[in-house]
Design a protein around this ligand. Structure first.
Ligand code: GLA
Length: 430
């Protein structure tokens, strides 16, 4: 953690003091945002050709049609401010300028995102927006930007620490004043519990420090750490009640495509869908393999993430090796994912009729498998399995998932309906 301040009371005061007219733009993230971001794979090695080629690829490889919308430039695009204080892109990396790049991306049916920071400098040391919020928001609006990831580096320490609610509210108001609908992605790493105050300010908020491309690890960098997929998953505990349409927990941009095996990529993607997380791809998608494309564009997994109810899933049952997660979906459906966290294959059996019902304390939704039958569909195999009247048995490969969708089909047949009519003659003889 880079900061630790908790500011519940100051937050409330600041929110109450905000001008009545200022607000975030509504309707921009009714379901979790989907797109791509440069940071996880490319770091600072970015330029306009990469962004254009990525937009071309998304339009061509099925990602756009599967719902990926934003092409997001992360840190390191910046040049200097001009004599009037307006930020300019790096003239060597982005020689055509941001307006031309936004036009290019828009012409392909996609949207352009950009990155800034609430401090004087970004995490990589480029100009931040502190003190320039309204000018920067105006510049982004002029360029045709659609999404802003707003980071938290260099915002001070101790008594000089910038107040996060003030900082993010200022940028929210600046974007609103600039008049162009722009998604605001709050990126303060969960340090100040943004789930407590983020709903009125942004459309998504990071819940943790940075993700890194390992299954289960923590990598220290001095005063902060980055975390593997399982570590980040564990840190989502207790946060589901804060997310919903228009305001999402963000467990960070995906490492799908950057992990060690296709199974890990598949499991990571599925768990982010179970979390109703923003699906922001973080790999090089310009020349994507068939296997990775199949993972990133699995419509049935994406439908779990993008379900209009926007209910974040939760762990129904956990052992050290295997976790069962469930997520209530529209029309009485449920997503159910069985995750093998362990380094060995696991044999999994689930007898719906004799296990505890799924019972969602948040929504009051519950299953009654003894009374109602659900069809069971395997979302990675793309095939219908049995229904919930019979147990399922599967071998789970290492670091992989079984992802299911349960759809109610009607009442469980009563015993009499199931049984063959007894022979009246033999009954009499007894
Ligand atoms: C922070 C963010 C990352 C990325 C880098 C860029 O660490 O959390 O997601 O934007 O800054 O420098």
């Amino acid at each position: 953690m880079r900061t630790t301040t908790t500011l519940a009371s100051a937050m409330a005061l600041l929110l109450a003091a905000s001008p009545a007219a200022a607000q975030k733009f509504d309707g921009l993230a009714d379901t979790p945002p989907m797109g791509w971001n440069s940071w996880n794979h490319f770091g600072c090695q970015i330029d306009e050709d990469l962004i254009k080629e990525t937009a071309d690829a998304m339009a061509r490889n099925g990602m756009r049609d599967a719902g990926y919308e934003y092409v997001n430039i992360d840190d390191c695009w910046h040049g200097e401010r001009d004599e009037d204080g307006f930020i300019q892109p790096d003239p060597e990396r982005f020689p055509s300028g941001m307006k031309a790049l936004a036009d290019y991306v828009h012409e392909r049916g996609l949207k352009l995102g950009i990155y800034s920071d609430a401090g004087a400098k970004t995490c990589a040391g480029y100009p931040g927006s502190q003190g320039y919020e309204y000018q920067d928001a105006m510049q982004y609006a002029r360029w045709g930007i659609d999404y802003l990831k707003y980071d938290w580096c260099n915002t001070g320490e101790g008594g000089a620490q910038r107040n996060p609610v003030e900082a993010y509210t200022t940028m929210r108001d600046a974007l609103y004043a600039a008049g162009r609908p722009i998604v605001l992605s709050i990126c303060e790493w969960g340090d100040n519990e943004p789930w407590m105050w983020g709903e009125e300010i942004g459309h998504l908020w990071r819940t943790t420090g940075d993700i890194i491309n390992c299954w289960d690890c923590e990598v220290g960098h001095g005063n902060w750490s980055s975390f593997g997929i399982m570590n980040i998953l564990d840190k989502q505990d207790g946060l589901r009640e804060y997310a919903g349409p228009g305001h999402w927990n963000d467990p960070d941009m995906m490492e799908v495509g950057n992990l060690s095996t296709p199974a890990e990529d598949r499991a990571h993607f599925t768990m982010w869908a179970m979390l109703a997380a923003p699906l922001i791809a973080g790999t090089d998608i310009r020349d994507v393999s068939d296997s990775l494309r199949t993972t990133l564009t699995n419509e049935e997994i994406i439908a779990v993430d993008q379900d209009p109810l926007g209910i974040q899933g939760y762990a129904h049952k956990k052992t050290a090796d295997v976790e069962i997660w469930v997520k209530p979906l529209m029309d009485g459906d449920w997503a159910m994912t069985i995750l093998n966290r362990s380094d060995e294959p696991q044999d999994f059996e689930y007898d719906f009729m004799n296990e505890y019902a799924f019972e969602d304390a948040l929504t009051g939704r519950r299953t009654a498998f003894e009374k109602e039958v659900y069809d069971v569909r395997d979302l990675w195999a793309g095939e219908d399995l049995a229904d919930t009247s019979r147990p399922i048995r599967k071998r789970l490969p290492v670091h992989d998932v079984l992802a299911l969708r349960l759809t109610p089909t009607g009442p469980m047949p009563t015993r009499q309906e199931n049984e063959i009519e007894p022979d009246p003659g033999s009954a009499k003889q007894e």
